[in-house]
Design a protein around this ligand. Structure first.
Ligand code: HMG
Ligand code: MG
Length: 297
């Protein structure tokens, strides 16, 4: 049985823009964020407190948090203690920490082994909990790694267990390079659902490199998952995951769910308006099904 309602977590302003070479101005980012909020989105990754040397596009994180409307959960990413401190200073209400199951990927992304990252995050998560901040733990390379290949399900479960023990409120499980197929999606999410659904919120994060993300979402729905990270316009990609393309598009996921009678509270047409706003400022081509229909209407 499929869920009646699904929660969409918009990641466009963060995952969507982080890999964009040309710097998008603060004003354009804020217009994008506010247009997405107007479309009914109330959980969104806004930006990242990461090293501006590593990800120059996110250097304006402080201003983005300060100048965006406070609606629902607005996540900021933090890779380490410094990022968490900056996020607390900025009065972020929700924080996403992230780590790769694959050691090689974590090294490229955070310059630490997975173990080093987890050890460093333990006191950080304790502090954030103390501050009453909602914490999502993002698990990268949960299916495949661009450097190590196929990832063991047991390693994913082990890492998730550590995060849950540390007290995160949500796990977002990512197919970082868009390689998972629907059977793999069903199998992993079924395991995670059985193991963790009583303890934390479970979210699926699919990149659409091989155009299997909608099918993977349908498979995860069948496994009982009702939260999905999506990106308006299908923008996205991690600068440290070679070969990966954008996230599955918000407008295409919402349309698929709408057509199956599953409610999200999000207006597809208004998401397309938000995409139209950001389109002139990104170099990634926007080729999503619903945005193309919107342009040709
Ligand atoms: P490092 O060079 O090892 O850092 O990078 P360090 O601790 O040695 O510090 C070096 C300098 O960076 C120092 O400044 C620090 O203060 C500064 P200096 O003394 O040289 O002037 N620094 C920071 N500045 C701002 N914010 C911070 C911060 N930390 C240190 N938080 C570091 C380590 C983690 C900082 C770096 O590797 C980094 O920023 N990585 C972020 C990479 C990233 O943003 N990746 C994309 C997001 S994850 C993703 O997309 C995956 C996801 O979508 C799920 C999926 O699809 O898989 C979530
Ligand atoms: Mg991602």
């Amino acid at each position: 049985i499929l869920p009646k309602n699904v929660k969409i977590i918009e990641v466009g302003p963060r995952d969507g823009l982080q890999n964009e070479k040309r710097l998008v101005e603060e004003k354009e980012k804020l217009n994008f964020i506010h247009a997405l909020q107007d479309a009914g989105i109330d959980e969104m990754e806004l930006t990242s407190f990461v090293s501006p040397k590593w990800v120059p596009q996110m250097a304006d994180a402080k201003n983005i948090v300060a100048n965006s409307k406070r609606i629902g959960r607005q996540f900021v990413l933090a890779p380490n203690e410094k990022g968490a401190e900056l996020a607390i200073e900025a009065k972020a209400n929700s924080i996403a920490v992230f780590v790769g199951v694959s050691n090689s990927f974590n090294q490229k992304n955070i310059n630490r082994t997975t173990e080093e990252s987890m050890n460093a995050l333990e006191p950080v998560i304790a502090k954030l909990k103390n501050e009453g901040i909602f914490i999502r733990g993002c698990i990268s390379t949960a299916f495949y790694c661009p450097y190590e290949g196929k990832i063991n399900k047991e390693d994913v479960i082990d890492l998730c267990r550590r995060f849950v023990t540390m007290g995160v409120d949500e796990l977002s499980i990512a197919d970082t390079i868009g390689m998972a197929n629907p059977l793999e999606s069903y199998e992993l999410f079924k395991l995670l659902q059985v193991e963790f659904a009583d303890e934390v919120l479970l979210t699926a994060h699919f990149h659409d490199t091989r155009k299997m993300a909608l099918a993977n979402i349908f498979a995860a729905l069948q496994a009982g998952i009702d939260r999905f990270d999506t990106s308006a316009g299908g923008l996205g990609g991690c600068p440290f995951a070679p070969g990966a393309t954008g996230n599955i598009a918000t407008e295409d996921v919402v349309n698929m769910l709408d057509s199956m009678g599953i409610e999200t509270g999000i207006d597809v047409e208004k998401v397309c308006e938000a995409v139209e706003m950001i389109a002139p400022y990104v170099s990634q081509p926007i080729e999503t099904g619903m945005y193309r229909l919107y342009k040709n209407r």
